[in-house]
Write a protein that binds this ligand. Structure first.
Ligand code: ASP
Length: 324
């Protein structure tokens, strides 16, 4: 008898994995989001025997990912995860904003089944196209995973949503955990779990010691009413003029990627304190590739170890929640 919970649903959103170029040797001059997710699956013979469903949720280059697509994607993931026959979800995505979507879905849904996001650094037409192997690996992880949560699978590596970062603009192995190690690796259709706490073969356990799900209902409002949260940097000669320009335009929150341990130039700090006094939410992150920003009672609030883009997701959700 067939296992009743071995169905994998593959949701397509576009990206380079669905991209095509006129010339197979052209790895950069291609159009992303050209092939449907069903075509991507059909190109992988090893998936033919699997119980799969596909659904095209969006078709875009992830540099253009938007709140409306996030809302739709989160709703489709939640709907499919609620089906008892579904073992897990795979999402095909562009690499550019993949880490933001991964963190967003983890925080909104905190799924108890695996939700595996994959992508490609080369279009589907490339001489060395990484998409098919990545999609096959992601499906394997969704089927074999005994951990719930949002995972990212690329280049044979499994990374969790909190740690994952795009660290290279060109090479195939473009993603890495900010700190710590990989959750596991996929080799020849087998997952090898590396993360020590995951080694006991427990039934689906939450991957991260994370906050409870923010919830779909709280992101359901019209995207026109979502808060405006911008990211800015500290840098040599930074005088806070960008903050003042944003204040003049109207902004609800600012994530500042500070230098080092979240340090800010005097001019930038003064401008941010002025914004805070006017009711703008501020979080201090770091422009370093990894590491936390230490909290202190006298400094502007810290984003902990979240990267600037993930701190922005956190702030968006906090602001959405505070205006419930
Ligand atoms: N610009 C593409 C995207 O993010 C890049 C990729 O998928 O690798 O959709």
């Amino acid at each position: 008898m067939q296992n009743t919970s071995d169905l994998i649903v593959i949701l397509g959103t576009g990206g380079t994995i669905a991209g095509t170029a006129v010339d197979a040797s052209d790895n950069v001059g291609y159009s992303a989001a050209q092939l449907g997710v069903a075509q991507l699956v059909a190109a992988i013979p090893m998936l033919a025997a699997r119980r799969l469903e596909t659904e095209q949720v969006a078709q875009l280059d992830s540099k253009d990912m938007d709140f409306a697509t996030w809302q739709r994607l989160a709703e489709r993931v939640a709907t499919h995860l609620a089906r008892p026959e579904v073992a897990g979800i795979v999402i095909t995505h562009g690499t550019d904003t993949l880490e933001e979507t991964a963190y967003f879905l983890q925080r909104v849904l905190a799924p108890s089944k695996p939700v595996v996001i994959t992508a490609a650094m080369r279009p589907a037409t490339a001489l060395l196209s990484d998409g098919p192997q990545n999609l096959l690996d992601a499906t394997v992880v969704a089927l074999q995973s005994f951990v719930g949560g949002v995972l990212v699978v690329l280049g044979g590596a499994i990374i969790d949503a909190q740690q994952v970062r795009k660290v290279h603009s060109y090479r195939l192995n473009a993603f890495a955990p900010a700190e710590g190690g990989h959750v596991g690796v996929v080799e020849e259709g087998q997952v090898r779990w590396l993360s020590r706490p995951l080694l006991p073969l427990l039934p689906l356990i939450p991957l991260m010691p994370l906050m409870p799900a923010f919830g779909l209902a709280r992101i359901a409002r019209s995207v026109d009413a979502w808060p405006r949260v911008e990211i800015l940097f500290n840098h040599v000669g930074c005088d806070g003029a960008v903050v003042r320009a944003l204040l003049a335009q109207g902004v609800d929150g600012l994530v500042v990627a500070g230098t080092g341990n979240g340090s800010l130039s005097s001019g930038l700090e003064a401008a941010l304190r002025q914004a805070q006094a006017q009711g703008v939410m501020i979080l201090r992150s770091t422009r370093c590739d990894a590491g936390p920003v230490s909290a202190s009672e006298t400094a502007l609030p810290s984003a902990g170890a979240l990267s600037p883009v993930k701190a922005r997701v956190e702030m968006l959700l906090t602001l959405l929640g505070s205006s419930d």
